[in-house]
Design a protein around this ligand. Sequence first.
Ligand SMILES: [Zn+2]
Length: 351
Amino acid sequence: MKKKVLALSLTGLMSLGAVTSVSLPAYAVGEGPNYGGNESIQTSILHTYEEMVDYLKTQEAKQSAMELEVIGKTVKGRDIHLVKYISNPSNPTILFLTQQHGNEQLTTEGALEFIKHLGTNKTKGVLENVNILILPMLNADGAMGDVNFSLEDYVADGGRHLTRYNAVEVDLNRDHVEKAQPETQALHENVFKKYKIDYMIDLHHQGTQSERDGKLVSGSILYPTNPNVAPEVLENSKKLGAVVFNAVDSTGWGHLGKYVGGTGENIGRNGAAVQYGISTLLFEMRGMSDHYYESYALGQKSNGYLIKQTITTLDAAVRAIADGSIENQDISFWDSLAEQTTRPSSEEESE
Ligand SMILES: [Zn+2]
């Protein structure tokens, strides 16, 4: 076994300044342990929906630049929250969306850390030049396992199970044309249509067994691939991808592949680009918080670097938009970035 113990360099840690309180594992990328049946996956270490709401309200009270808005309710009546930093309506605006799939929670954990990060001096100049919208845990019912179907096969322990689907077993990331679900309706009516959004990163988790160039990946990325996406929207999506790729790849522990995804407009990455001209990026992090397939779930010792990968991504995106450097990104890396493949004996579920 090739082991890259402590590949997280000190300089890498220092560059994140305010967010070093995230506990970091002594594992890099694919070397983090898989769930092997002898390690428990504790969902109790994740924020519950209620804990997340308390956290957001605490941050809103502390941060003058932050505003919290309820944009709708889930099937089971949970308020869906949007975090807003809007200093100047004419600034470019980016939306970070997490947990359309309820069992993909470390992206939310990273987004919550990032919100705290935005309240520190580290990002003082940044917020004057970019508007940030963060929608954490869109699928709160799935995240809390409060659904109208059985989750008894799911592998995690910790008082709740987390599932991909919403309460009525609909995949929200296939509902962006029909918009039949209250969660999707809230996102479209009260976010996509209400704000002039230039960029979006849609954050997900994939299985644990994807690799690129023979090495397990820490995640994968993809721009919108529907044929009706306008050329400039596609180009800016690829630039956003370049910002994220360079930031994660340069950490030493990040290793990204190109995601292999569908062209359907019902997928958020494509639907937002076609319907609203938003330049989008799908980011799939390694490993899910819970699943009925053991190979999809990732042991909790890997949580630290995946949370950090989310923070790195969000931080790099807002800085590149704020200082305009996103405009000058070289998108040619996309032509050489290999599509990830899945190691034999495991199946993959898509975005
Ligand atoms: Zn997903």
